[in-house]
Design a binder for this molecule. Sequence first.
Ligand SMILES: Nc1nc2c(ncn2[C@@H]2O[C@H](COP(=O)(O)OP(=O)(O)OP(=O)(O)O)[C@@H](O)[C@H]2O)c(=O)[nH]1
Ligand SMILES: [Mg+2]
Length: 440
Amino acid sequence: MFDSLTNKLNTVFSRLRGKGKLSEADVTAGLREIRLALLEADVNYKVVKELTGHIRERAVGEEVLQSLSPGQQVVKIVRDELISLMGGEHAGLSLDRRPSVIMLVGLQGSGKTTSAAKLALKLKKEGRRPVLVAVDVYRPAAVTQLKTLGESLDVPVRFDEGRTPVKIAAAAREWSEENLYDVVIIDTAGRLQIDKEMMSELQEIKAAVSPDEILLVADAMTGQEAVSIAVTFDERIDLTGVILTKLDGDARGGAALSIRRITGRPIKFVGVGEKLPDLEPFHPERMADRILGMGDVLSLIEQAEATLDQDKAERLAQRIKKNQFTLQDFLEQLEEMQKLGPLSGILDKLPGAAKLKGDTAVDESEIGRSLAIIRAMTLEERLQPSIIGGSRKKRIARGSGNKVRDVNRVLGRFKESKKALKLMTGRRGKGRSPLDILGV
Ligand SMILES: Nc1nc2c(ncn2[C@@H]2O[C@H](COP(=O)(O)OP(=O)(O)OP(=O)(O)O)[C@@H](O)[C@H]2O)c(=O)[nH]1
Ligand SMILES: [Mg+2]
């Protein structure tokens, strides 16, 4: 996610960190590069101006420049400002009525139908009883798509042939109430452009069912266009939030960083893949950490808890907290997560992982190679990589069909991840050796 932005920011940061003392000129030069990186990531220029202004104001203060680690302080300031730019706190759904109504709106192909099903799955896991409603009367295939998704989730899908979208929505709400379903998710029709007809249809549905949530589903890949779409929709129907989809693709970050500031509406969820579990609650703090290459260990733990067996998840969480994350954990996680789809989504959440993915785009074969190398190690080696000397490296390289330098690279990257995890969890503790924990 946002690898190019992350790499550019990290270049600036390592230069700033490398200096013992920072002058105002150093900060100015660093800020110029940060500004360029943000603009290249397609962040709204007004947002960039304001953000760099805030960072500058705080970074050239005496306490920062005179401090022992000015570069680190600047990173912290950038992180704070990014968090506040994205809204500070996680904004959840407010679904207090019985039934509550969520209306999903957005342009064609932005991911409404997929997100409707993703939300239904999520709510179901939380113990709610969701219903999906198809009101795209213009495209029979759209109704079929939602019905198929609903069936796979065992969630009812309401649709009435021959009725208007407004009538279908109102009837579905009533049906849900009678049948004790508690969240009604309305998947509306998309259009190529925002046209009057589309907006008035949405306004009528809104008037008929008074939704608790009106969420714009916007494609992150479209960058600033997603932001202006959000502005238009908000003017016409008052959004309560945004679901930003396709963050697993080549989105550059512009939409994620600009929408909240420009529209005042929070991003509530992000779509990170085509599969139904690929929906994550949006946490500004975690997103800032990902953008800064610090990973998102919390989301990783949550995802592990939701999808892996509880014992393993608990063990991983504990081990990360205690700074006992080993190559064995790394391997097990990668293997488990492979079931969930592309590894890039997982690696995004590991600190320093932008490097693991290589300098260019995500390279799955490189990840496959890393896996092969770790698999060629013995358990003891995975738990205690420090014992891997020259001859062991040769054996591992041979065993996995690689060169010794590939083994070195994997070990180096693991070390970096571990170092970053240690910083994240703030523990420099001397914890017991992993060998003790596993009773080896
Ligand atoms: N990679 C990725 N693909 C997504 C995501 N969300 C949706 N998609 C894909 O985007 C395409 C369009 O998704 P739909 O859910 O059908 O979009 P829609 O907004 O309902 O489209 P219309 O009903 O035609 O307006 C599908 O191929 C989805 O699989 C996401 O978060 N990541
Ligand atoms: Mg659709």
